[in-house]
Design a protein around this ligand. Sequence first.
Ligand SMILES: [Cu+2]
Length: 212
Amino acid sequence: MNTGNFTSQVEASFLFVFVISLVLLIGITVAMIYFIIRYHHTKNDKPKDIHGHLGLEVAWTVIPTILVMGMFYYGLVGYEKMDEIPEDAMKVEVTGRMWEWKFTYENGTTTDTLYVPVDQAVDLSLNSADVIHSFYIPGLKIKRDVVPGLNNHMWFAADQSKRYDVFCAEYCGDEHAYMYTQVVALPRESFDQWYAGSGSAAPQVTSADTAQ
Ligand SMILES: [Cu+2]
């Protein structure tokens, strides 16, 4: 189930790394157990010295290099997409401070919950008023540091009308754990209505689920 434009790509990268790790874990464990039994001192009283094996050394250099380059490739491709903000993206200023988030829209409206239309690219301009925070939307599989003096950008498009949790993912003091808000993705008409009459009661999503 997709909920954001990066979800399937991030999940595929995680699965790729996970499968490689699992195969290695099982392979190493099985080899270790086999060696313990096969080369037990009761069966082999005189150990031989081995002065290297070219074939093995090439294999254990080349194979991990290919695997790590594969992981790097997946990560790089995903990172590049996250860096290419579409021209028609809706711009929102995000300000993090101890211990709350504030959103400022192009018409000057400010909120403490982020309202966006469904299927709309949203360009978040991330600024901090004090220390380092990190803007994290697990349901959309995106996260970026919010650093004082550094204007980072991050974008997404939510493809379902839902509430998405937002956490601060960089420890920033006593109430870091409460630095929580939500992204509410609204059908286009509901969003436009709210945006036109901004300041009026906050809109509700029809579905009560919160994406995890
Ligand atoms: Cu924080």
